[in-house]
Design a protein around this ligand. Structure first.
Ligand SMILES: O=C(O)[C@@H](CO)OP(=O)(O)O
Ligand SMILES: [Mn+2]
Ligand SMILES: [Mn+2]
Length: 562
């Protein structure tokens, strides 16, 4: 759909709510609502500010859906994630997301008829098809069944030589599950070999240490992957993926899937079996954008100075999707991305709303790029300021659970007090980033830090007579163990240890509104019990004094006579 004509961008004034109140929009990353037990880090943490907001229920505090179809994912079993969560928050409508679009393209076989695949296919007669991505069925960045279908379909469509470059997960799925996925991959590759396709694993490494950095936090991560995938070089060399994982784990008591060191697979003569060479085809098979963009740049850009690529092979490269609509990156892709248009950010800027958005690097793109429908950059440099606080590099965030929460709080406070902005939007990463480490103690500290940052922002809103809207993009820190779905009791592994959950969850997230600028008659409607993240954009527009576009999901608030 094309954008409306310039007149259509005008949002009508809300009949009852006035413009001119500063609105703080706070997104707590990975902050859901779940049973209050010892494995709920948010519950255990001292979070007086968030607790006090809860007292406003049901008129000023409620829960909203942040997973599954409510955010455009295939099923109720799909946990939420930052991409789909911030897309829904910013766009005010539910778009079928990457996971679903790829499923459809594979089920119908359309993926193999598209221009992207045809481009890849050009290399099949003489070159190798390389598939790089996350080995997981988490459904956040990739899914194993999609990789399977892509390998089989490519073979059926003429690929003679396939090399997989696998990134182990342990973040969207249980730590340790890389062994299971690697075993499955090796079986599937063997099956292909039986059918006459020369199919092998070529390299591997853990997602957080190899390749899948985001927002240019640490190019070394991408370089490690480049060396293994393209140059066929890594400090660790093995004959098979399983052998690699077993050895690396045995060698390091702290080994985990997310931080597995890079390795390459070698043949009997000690030569890497699958470096990327001139004339090869490459597909990055993750559907999610943020953690593939840096590699896409390294693979596609002629001018590139982020690290020494040593050798830049002439390849036909396609992403599973196009990851950045504004940069048109990558230029070739197998499946069209969701066309997220007319986002609230674009509307608001066209209606003169001045916006300040801030987070630290690891989540900076969430409140900007994802919020704006996977679009880089500002809509209007005169009305917007996006501020990035550099994240710590090279650490797992349980080592530094405070992260930059207080710095984000300070920046937001200053932006609010400056009077220069109508909307001040932040993402507070702590619950999520520390929750992903599986370290419960550190996650508790992380949640306390996020709560303090919320307080700083709410205090500033108090001072200027503004309004706040506090919510989250999906669950994480509220549930740190894998549970028996029937009893909710923690599940034990074969050694009798509690299984730690490093992933997001399917739990709902809170939303709270308030502040001295909130009209007394404003309250959450009772007739939207299934409301989700996509209902937030219209709510924000109302709080800023506008009616939302007619096709946005309905606002969560109503104004009653008080
Ligand atoms: O770290 C990430 O990439 C995901 C989990 O895979 O988390 P989030 O969606 O919160 O960014
Ligand atoms: Mn998130
Ligand atoms: Mn996360």
């Amino acid at each position: 759909m094309n954008g409306p004509s310039s007149n259509d961008w005008v949002l009508p004034a809300h009949p009852k709510l006035l413009k001119g109140k500063t609105l703080a929009v706070i997104v707590l990353d990975g902050w859901g609502e779940q049973v209050p037990d010892q494995y709920n880090a948010i519950h255990v943490a001292s979070t007086p500010t968030m607790d006090s907001l809860k007292e406003g229920a049901p008129e000023h505090w409620r829960l909203i859906r942040a997973h599954g179809p409510a955010v455009g994912l295939p099923s109720e079993d799909d946990m939420g994630n930052s991409e789909v969560g911030h897309n829904a928050l910013g766009a005010g409508r539910i778009f079928a997301q990457g996971a679903k679009l790829v499923d459809h393209a594979l089920e119908t076989g359309k993926i193999f008829e598209g221009a992207g695949f045809k481009y890849i296919q050009e290399c099949f007669s003489d070159g190798t098809l390389h598939l790089i991505g996350l080995l997981s069925d988490g459904g956040v960045h990739s899914r194993y069944d999609q990789l399977q279908a892509l390998m089989r379909g490519s073979a059926a469509h003429g690929a003679k030589r396939i090399r997989v470059h696998a990134l182990t997960d342990g973040r969207d799925v249980l730590d340790g599950s890389s062994f299971h996925f690697m075993e499955q991959l090796e079986k599937d590759l063997e099956e292909l070999r039986k059918q006459g396709v020369d199919a092998l694993l070529a390299s591997g490494g853990g997602r957080m240490y190899v390749t899948m950095d985001r927002y240019e936090n640490d190019w070394n991560v991408v370089k490690r992957g480049w060396d293994a995938q393209v140059l066929g070089e890594a400090p660790n060399k093995f004959k098979s993926g399983l052998e690699a994982l077993k050895h690396l784990k045995a060698a390091n008591p702290k080994f985990n899937d997310q931080y597995c060191p890079p390795f390459v697979i070698i043949d009997d003569s000690g030569k890497a079996v699958g470096p990327i060479l001139d004339g090869d085809a490459v597909v990055t098979f993750n559907f999610r954008a943020d953690r593939m963009i840096m590699l896409a740049k390294a693979l596609e850009y002629e001018d590139f100075d982020k690290f020494d690529r040593v050798r830049v092979p002439k390849i036909n490269y396609a992403g599973m999707l196009q990851y950045d609509g504004e940069l048109k990156l990558p230029s070739r892709y197998l499946v069209n991305p969701p066309e997220i248009d007319r986002t609230s950010g674009e509307y608001l800027v066209k209606n003169g709303v001045r916006t300040y958005a801030c987070s630290e690097t690891v989540k900076f793109g969430h409140v900007t790029f994802f919020w704006n429908g996977n679009r880089s950059g500002l809509f209007d440099e005169n009305l917007e300021c996006y501020y990035e606080i550099p994240s710590d590099q090279g650490i797992t965030f349980n080592e530094q659970p405070l992260m930059k929460a207080l710095e984000i709080g300070e920046k937001a406070r200053d932006a609010i007090l400056s009077g220069k902005y109508d909307q001040v939007r932040v993402n507070l990463p702590n619950g999520d980033m520390v929750g992903h480490t599986g370290d419960i103690k550190a996650t508790i500290i992380a949640c306390e830090a996020a709560d303090k940052a919320v307080k700083m922002i709410l205090d500033a809103i108090d001072q200027v007579g503004g309004i706040y809207l506090v919510t989250a993009d999906h669950g994480n820190a509220e549930d740190m163990v894998k549970r028996n779905p029937k009893t909710a009791q923690p599940l034990l592994d074969k050694n009798g240890n509690i299984q730690i959950l490093t992933s997001h969850t399917c739990w709902p997230v809170p939303i709270a509104i308030g502040g001295p600028g909130l009209s007394p008659g404003v309250r959450f409607r009772a007739d939207l019990p299934d409301g989700g993240l996509a209902n937030v954009a219209a709510t924000m527009m109302n709080l800023l004094g506008f009616e939302a576009p007619a096709d946005y999901e309905p606002s969560l608030i109503e104004v009653v006579e008080s």
